[in-house]
Design a protein around this ligand. Structure first.
Ligand code: ADP
Ligand code: MG
Length: 654
């Protein structure tokens, strides 16, 4: 006689024992089932039939006793190998159908094949063919709640057959059905048995049991009769032999499945669940949305203002040094930069041009129009040092400087605001603190390129004229120096420092600075801002992550039964892990994308408000990656919790 497919040796199962009284539900059952058999296990309610079936189907482990599947001890199999058995060897049909509520009939039927790694096209075709064969061709797209009980049970039979269903384990398959549907289901099982499937039918109904070729009766966890012992049980079985199955298992348990199909299915299922709970999901995702949006906006604003500063620098030249007075210590007064200093520094070979500056906001009048503008005394190097040309008329000359001539070159805004568009400004007289100056030139508009609109509200007059006629002081407020070589700014600075130290008798009562220092100062303020926004982002992401974890824990609890069904159809622990992890990742991906969209929206609003923003792809991708990582990190715990659920407990949970 061939090796039995299933052999139980003194199987016992007891529940309780710790805080509840220990009850032994299966009390020493031994039986062998051979290929091709149609067995009914019959007994009163509570006699231990379902418990026995769960053990037979490897959904549960016995407390003691041996279970050999195709001659191999099941107790030695790891969880993946048990999953293989459930997926490839068994097909379950339950009294309560156990279909996944959110999936269509077709999707429910395809599920075991997904875990088996069957290619998509083959899977679709087989599921359709099975549904067609069971008379459900027109119902493939319906979800379980749109099907009658009989139809649902036929879907679950199709699911049991999806991967072959060599051993059909049917626990009260007709228990919830009307007699007509029940008869149909029984006819189906008859047919399957005659085609070579091993059918193990569990029922409390003797009439139903009578259709099987072999009837095992159990009472209080013990076999009281077995018709196989009365008749000869050996059958020239047409079905799969035990050896074949075992061989297949040895090959199959190591296969890793088609991750692509599983991934697509996981994502589809995840999306469905998310959509069903969209309000709750949206609320939970706020943390991630805010986190991602603040990272992206922060970096965009930072980058925008940096670019603005750079533009200003480019507009004004970057080889410029500034020399001003400064107090050497807190107790001493600031020094005085004199025109003699200017002359001395100007004669250094490293210095290309030098320009003393004196200026202030002064009241300026033209006709009846009175307005304040910055009026600066500069010399003829102004245009070159600031890279700022005259567009109309001409700049004042060296002769004007020598003569302290009352001439002025005005900025674009001064022209617009003070003189208006109609008058030709050249040759007009304006009163600066009641001193008449004749306009000789108009400066090009600077604001557009530098972003600093105030720079065009400026009047330039000869230094000598400003000193004598406007400020009554000959000493410059500060000195602007253009270095001869823009790559040697630091060297030039050192040379000037040495000279000044000598001129000021060893007292450093002056200060040298350059644009690089300005940039650094700017960068420092920006860093503080970035740090602040960065911590908001980090906290939001953390809150978002906790949100994801919370929603995933809730999902796992709500869907424990679904997890059980998936395990019964052959999902491995890692399939369940992947399923729930991909839900967490999808969740945080949606949060990340929403955050990016929100950031772009905020950026648009800021741009309308004239704030410079510059989005960088790196920042956007980085923030998105952060969101996904958050999903993985915080989704892992709930996903692992789901994967480690006990199949029977999950399946029988409410
Ligand atoms: P049947 O399917 O024959 O109606 P079951 O196998 O479902 O019977 O249950 C047999 C007995 O085991 C019942 O008395 C039931 O109360 C008990 N039982 C089943 N599952 C558990 C469990 N998880 N914990 C404690 N007792 C259980
Ligand atoms: Mg039962």
């Amino acid at each position: 006689m061939s090796t039995p497919l299933i052999e139980l040796r003194d199987i016992r199962k007891s529940y309780g024992g710790v805080d509840t009284p220990k009850v032994e539900v299966v009390r020493g059952i031994s039986l062998a089932i051979h290929p091709g058999e149609f067995v009914a296990i019959v007994g009163a309610s509570g006699s231990g039939k379902s418990t026995l079936m769960n053990i037979l189907g490897c959904l549960d482990r016995p407390t003691s006793g041996g279970y050999l599947f195709a001659g191999k001890d099941v107790a030695e199999l790891d969880s993946d190998e048990l999953a293989w058995l459930r997926r490839e060897a068994f097909g379950f049909v339950f009294q309560g159908y156990h279909l996944i509520a959110s999936g269509s009939a077709q999707e429910n039927v395809e599920m075991p094949a997904i875990y088996a790694g069957t290619p998509t096209a083959e899977r679709h075709a087989r599921a359709s063919a099975l549904l067609d064969r069971l008379g459900l061709a027109s119902r493939t797209g319906n979800r379980p709640h749109q099907l009658s009980g009989g139809q649902q049970q036929r879907v679950s039979i199709a699911r049991a057959l999806m991967n072959g269903g060599h051993i059909i384990l049917a626990d009260e398959p007709t228990g919830a059905l009307d007699s007509q549907s029940g008869a149909e289901v029984m006819a189906l099982l008859d047919e399957l048995a005659s085609q070579g499937h091993v059918v193990i039918l569990i029922t409390h109904d003797r009439e139903v049991a009578a259709r099987a070729k072999r009837v095992i009766e159990i009472r209080d966890g013990l076999i009281v009769s077995d018709s196989a012992n009365e008749r000869s049980a050996a059958i020239g079985a047409p079905g799969l032999q035990a050896e074949d199955l075992r061989q297949r298992q040895d090959q199959g348990a190591t296969h890793s499945g088609a991750w692509k199909g599983e991934m697509v299915e996981s994502l589809q299922a995840a999306w469905r669940i998310m959509w069903i709970n969209r309000f709750r999901t949206a609320l939970t995702l706020l943390g991630i949305v805010i986190g991602v949006a603040s990272v992206v906006v922060m970096l965009a604003v930072g980058e925008g203002s940096k670019r603005q500063v750079m533009a200003q620098m480019a507009a004004f030249g970057s080889n410029i040094l500034y020399l001003g007075a400064s107090a050497p210590t807190l107790r001493e007064p600031a020094g005085l930069i004199t025109l003699d200093d200017v002359a001395a520094v100007g004669s250094l070979p490293q210095v290309k041009m030098i320009m003393p500056v004196i200026g202030d906001k002064l009241m300026v009048r033209y006709g009846n129009n009175n307005q304040q503008f910055y009026v600066g005394g500069n010399n003829t190097h102004f245009c070159e040092i600031f890279n700022w040309p005259v567009v109309q008329g001409s700049f004042f000359t060296e002769a004007d400087e020598q003569a302290a001539a009352a001439v002025a070159v005005i900025g674009q805004k001064v022209k617009e605001k003070l003189l208006g568009a109609q008058v030709d400004p050249i040759g007009q007289y304006i009163l600066v603190e009641n001193v008449p100056f004749q306009v000789v030139g108009i400066l090009a508009g600077k604001g557009a390129s530098s972003g600093d609109q105030d720079s065009d509200e400026r009047i330039v007059v000869p230094y000598s004229a400003a000193a004598i006629r406007l400020f009554g002081s000959r000493d410059p407020e500060y000195v602007t120096i253009a270095t001869a070589d823009s790559r040697r700014v630091a060297e030039t600075e050192a040379a000037i420092d040495r000279l000044m130290l000598k001129l000021h008798h060893g007292k450093r009562d002056y200060e040298l600075s350059n644009d690089a220092a300005l940039i650094q100062a700017e960068a420092r303020t920006q860093n503080t801002l970035s740090l602040m926004l960065g911590s908001i982002a980090a906290i939001s992401l953390l809150v978002g992550g906790i949100g994801v974890m919370n929603i995933m824990l809730m999902t796992v609890r709500e869907r424990t039964r679904e997890i059980g069904i998936r395990m019964a159809t052959g999902a491995r622990q890692r399939d369940i892990l992947r399923q729930f992890l991909s839900e967490a990742v999808l969740l945080s991906m949606v949060g990340g994308l929403t955050g990016i969209a929100l950031a772009l929206l905020i950026g648009g609003v800021l741009l309308l408000g004239n704030i410079a923003v510059a989005f960088s792809l790196v920042a956007v991708l980085g923030a998105f990656a952060c969101a996904v990582v958050t999903g993985v990190v915080f989704g892992f715990m709930p996903a692992r919790k789901a994967a480690r659920l006990d199949p029977v407990k999950a399946l029988t949970s409410e």
